[in-house]
Structure formats: C-alpha cells, structure tokens
Ligand binder design. Structure first.
Ligand code: PRE
Length: 327
C-alpha cells in the first residue's frame, strides 16, 4: 500500500509509526522500508525482540504498524512469530470470543518478501580465521539453518579451529556485539548479517553470498490494531487463519479442510505449532492461508461451518498478495 494511501487512511500529516526487529540494518528493517516505500514520512522504530514488536503494537496506541518475520524459504517457520499468533488464540486470558471464534486485537494487513543475502562480517577486513583456535560466530538463530553448508565448509577448511555459534536477538545486533567484544587471545568474534548491517556498524564484509540456497527469501507480515476497516485492494487477497479441531478423531483435520474444498477455496499454505491444552500433549494449532475470492462468495456459511468443527478459530486478516510472492 503506497504511503500516500496510508496518509489518507490516517489523515494528512500524521506520522506513521512502524515497529521492526532492530537495530537498524536487520532484514526486518528492510521489510519495513519496503512496505512504506522507503518514505521518510514514516518513523521506523527498532525493537529488541519479535515479541516486543507485537506487545508494543497491542499496548501503545501511538504505534500504527508492526513488521514481523514469518517464514524463510530455506528453513521454514520463524517459530517465534508463529507462537505469538498461536498464543493469542489459545492461551491469552480474557480472549475476545464470539462462540468458538477468537477476535484478536491485531490484524494482518500486508506481507513483504526480502531477499536474504548473508555475509560473514568482522571488525577487520581480512582476518586469517585459521590463525585462531576459536571463531565465535554471532547471528539470529533463524540464520543457522540458512548457512549450514557454509559453516561446514569453514570447519573443513580450518580443521584445527573451533567454530562456535552464538545466538543474538537479530542479525544487526550480532554485528553490534562483535564491536563490543573485548579481544581474547586466540579468539576472534565474527557475525553473519546483511551488508547493510556491516556498513551501518562500520565493519568489514569478509565473505558474501554465504546462503546455502540462492534466492533465499524471508516473508514478513505487516500487522496493525484491528480497526474493523477493511482496506480493499485490487490484487489477489490472501486470508490467514488459525484453528484447532474439536475432535482428535481420525479425519478431524480433513473435515475442516474439506470445508475449503466444498467452498472452492484455494488453500496456499498450511503449518502447525504444538500447544498444550491442559495435560494433553501433542495438540496442534493449524495455520492455513487461502485465497479470498470475495466475488459474491457466501463467507458467512463458510465461517459457520468452521464454527461447527473448530474448538477455536481466528481470522487474522485478509491482505493483498505481494507481487514478490511470485518472483
Ligand atoms: O535478524 C534479522 O535481521 C531479522 O530480521 C530476523 C530474521 C528472522 O527472524 O528470520 C529475518 C530474516 C532472516 O531470515 C534472518 C533473521
């Protein structure tokens, strides 16, 4: 949605405030910039964690949007984000419920796709990694599954060096951390992040294009507080829904998915996350996305059939399919 349209939604001149996983230079930062056309009329506010992106949007009425990573094309779900949505359907106290339907405080209004080009980053231009007994590599935990081959190659290249992965709250935070590490004999601190994070922190890019898979892409969701105003868009629209099945009987999931089939609704993704309902283990919240064809479709009947088969269900939003989905 263009920034001009945003100002129409919010009234001319109101500064739009958008949260992202910071500090500046993260891929989440890139996603926020893409969403708002790099406009300098938007205040991009870094947070220290993905949960903070959601919690602040829910509680601070001055915040308009939040951008969170949802999944990566190489190593799948960003479980931190999935679990935030899951918990807002099944675990939150005082849920706003209408029957089995949960009406969350937030809604999904958009998506962004960011090309992930990881680099190995150091505080010096060409460190001789093999000269160190230990290389401490900092990055966001989601990154390790995107560079596993590269890390194996490093270990093969320097068999006498120990490579240790250290989780950071984000890729750009990882770069900041190596700037603040005190030097220890025989140990070097490096980070894996994007080139922008290296430049913003005046660090050196030691290796580029270290993703296991070329075209590595992370998908982000754009959320706002639910304002009941449906921002209609021309492009194909996608609905994101979470649900749990009433029964554990064989076919209970199929029965729910059959509702989509009988209504001719095209599902484009399905995921699940575990949750514990009381003492029962191995219960799942399902996440489905489907194309929202609203030409004269009787969605009320569709929702009523879901109501009959689901213990909880939650429509998180109907939002435009970003053209980069097809890239
Ligand atoms: O740390 C960042 O730069 C983020 O934006 C987070 C995140 C993620 O959680 O997946 C985003 C894109 C990449 O997959 C790596 C990390």
């Amino acid at each position: 949605m263009s920034f001009q349209r945003l100002t129409r939604v919010f009234g001319w001149g109101k500064m739009v405030k958008a949260l992202y996983l910071g500090p500046p230079g993260t891929y989440s930062h890139q996603a926020a910039l893409q969403q708002f056309d790099y406009s300098n009329e938007v205040e991009y506010i870094p947070t220290s964690s993905i949960p903070e992106c959601i919690q602040k949007l829910e509680t601070d009425k001055s915040i308009d949007y939040s951008v969170i990573p949802l999944e990566n094309s190489t190593n799948g779900q960003v479980v931190f984000s999935y679990d935030l949505l899951r918990d807002r359907m099944v675990h939150e106290e005082g849920l706003n419920r209408q029957g089995n339907r949960v009406i969350p405080t937030l809604e999904v209004v958009g998506e962004q796709y960011v090309s992930i080009a990881h680099c190995l980053i150091a505080t010096e231009p060409k460190p001789a990694l093999g000269d160190f007994s230990r290389v401490q590599i900092y990055s966001h935990p989601q990154v390790w599954g995107q560079v596993s081959s590269y890390l194996q190659q490093l270990q093969s290249k320097f068999p006498n060096t120990t490579f240790e992965k250290i989780d950071s709250s984000s890729t750009s935070e990882a770069v900041r951390r190596i700037l603040n590490c005190e030097s220890k004999r025989g140990i070097i601190d490096v980070a894996i992040a994007g080139e922008v994070a290296a430049k913003l922190n005046k660090c050196s890019v030691v290796d580029t294009g270290i993703n296991d898979v070329k075209g590595n892409t992370t998908r982000f969701l754009i959320l706002q507080r639910r304002n009941h105003r449906q921002i209609v868009s021309q492009s194909p629209k996608v609905s994101l829904m979470t649900f749990t099945t009433k029964q554990d009987d064989p076919g209970s999931l199929v029965d729910v998915l059959t509702i989509l089939k009988t209504h001719g609704v095209n599902m484009c993704s399905i995921n699940s996350r575990p949750y514990n309902r009381g003492k029962q283990k191995w219960q799942y919240v399902f996440f489905i996305e489907y194309y929202y064809q609203n030409e004269g479709h009787d969605w009320d009947v569709f929702y009523q059939e879901l109501e009959n088969l689901c213990s909880e269900w939650c429509l998180w939003g109907i939002f435009p399919r970003n053209a980069n989905y097809y890239a």
